[in-house]
Design a protein around this ligand. Structure first.
Ligand code: SF4
Ligand code: SF4
Length: 338
């Protein structure tokens, strides 16, 4: 028979630094999530607001015979400076998690290995989830004892900080759930104070994210124009935003891992000159592909406008005549700021 200890051992053997067992539901956090959705704080992220929202109440909506959920955390923390120490105005910043290959495939492959290693002991049915399935990933991770949900709304582990990807295996194995750890944010407010767009705010005794204000939403998820009043606070963040994690004291203890083979702060002039084909080749297989070419050039325009360097004028003038109305409008906005 498969035990929780065997699961943990197998998870470690498959490269997962964190592993725990969560119950199947229903989850008390679900009503807060629905309330967040209903108040429009998810912005235009349809995958969070459509019919899948109801499914997140209980993982048995995805696997009726489920009896528990394995939650794993895979660390990513290349040994490089934090974005809060980044001052070079000629360069833009790409979020830490996106410096390497897209994690969805590698994490899923690790979970497939984990399941195969356990299945030799006992047959069971399962469903692997990595980010895209309708489950409350952070809540599950908290229930599985992996960490608490901090005021920056990230899951934080007391020993490892918050630089990790989450994955789950919903399965028919009836394993005892772990206990959620206590909230260790205390009186700290560093993430709230550091957020450039004031996207984090208290509500009913917990902090929540207004995604519509979050830079990681604006420069990844939002297609089309970025609201003008939010462009300046975006600074030179080209893809995602790490600020509220960079300032978190719990990340001072995070273990450094081998570097990804990628440029973390590419020169803006080079990026502004990328053709569609060069963009695809440069970011193939990385999360940055998600912005698509138009969104990426839009972000480059915003970063150049915020850098304010007169030498960016020629590149921005080219983008202002690129034939893409969204890119052109952002280039004109940036030119007006030089
Ligand atoms: S990711 Fe950036 S913009 Fe979003 S809440 Fe954190 S600091 Fe604010
Ligand atoms: S910066 Fe402080 S308040 Fe914010 S998540 Fe970290 S410990 Fe919590």
């Amino acid at each position: 028979m498969i035990t929780a200890a065997m699961v943990r051992q197998q998870a470690a053997a498959c490269g997962f630094a964190l592993a725990g067992i969560a119950p199947v539901g229903p989850y008390a956090d679900h009503s807060a999530y629905l309330d967040w959705v209903q108040r429009g704080l998810a912005g235009r992220m349809g995958y969070l607001t459509d019919h899948r929202a109801a499914k997140r109440a209980d993982v048995r909506t995805l696997l009726p015979e489920a009896r528990s959920v394995l939650v794993v955390g895979q660390l990513y923390n290349p040994p490089a400076p934090y974005s809060t120490a980044f001052t070079d105005a000629e360069r833009g910043w790409i979020s830490r998690y996106a410096w390497g290959p897209d994690y969805h495939d590698t994490l899923r492959a690790g979970l497939e290995r984990l399941v195969a290693g356990l299945a030799i002991h006992e047959p069971f049915s399962y469903k692997i989830c990595v980010d895209t399935a309708p489950v409350l990933e952070r809540s599950l991770a908290r229930w599985a004892g992996l960490g608490w949900i901090g005021k920056n709304t990230c899951l934080i582990n007391q020993l490892q900080g918050s630089w990790f990807f989450l994955g789950e295996v919903i399965w028919s194995l009836d394993l005892p759930a772990d206990a959620p750890p206590p909230d260790r944010c205390g009186t700290c407010t560093r993430c709230i104070d550091a957020c450039p767009t004031a996207a984090l705010a208290p509500r009913n005794g917990r902090f929540e994210l207004d995604a519509r204000l979050c830079i990681a939403y604006l420069n990844i998820e939002l297609k089309g124009p970025v609201p003008e009043e939010l462009r300046e606070p975006m600074g030179r963040q080209l893809f995602g935003c790490d600020i509220c994690q960079d300032v978190c004291p719990w990340n001072r203890r995070a273990a450094a891992l081998p570097a990804f083979d990628a440029e973390i702060d590419p020169p803006l002039e080079r990026l502004a000159a990328l053709t569609r084909e060069q963009f695809s080749a440069l970011f193939a297989g990385t999360p940055v592909e998600r912005t698509r070419y138009q969104g990426f050039l839009r972000n480059v325009c915003i970063a150049m406008g915020n850098a304010g360097l007169p030498r960016f004028r020629a590149a921005l003038e080219r983008l202002a005549a690129s034939g893409d109305t969204v890119v052109e409008e952002h280039a004109r906005w940036a030119l007006a700021r030089l």
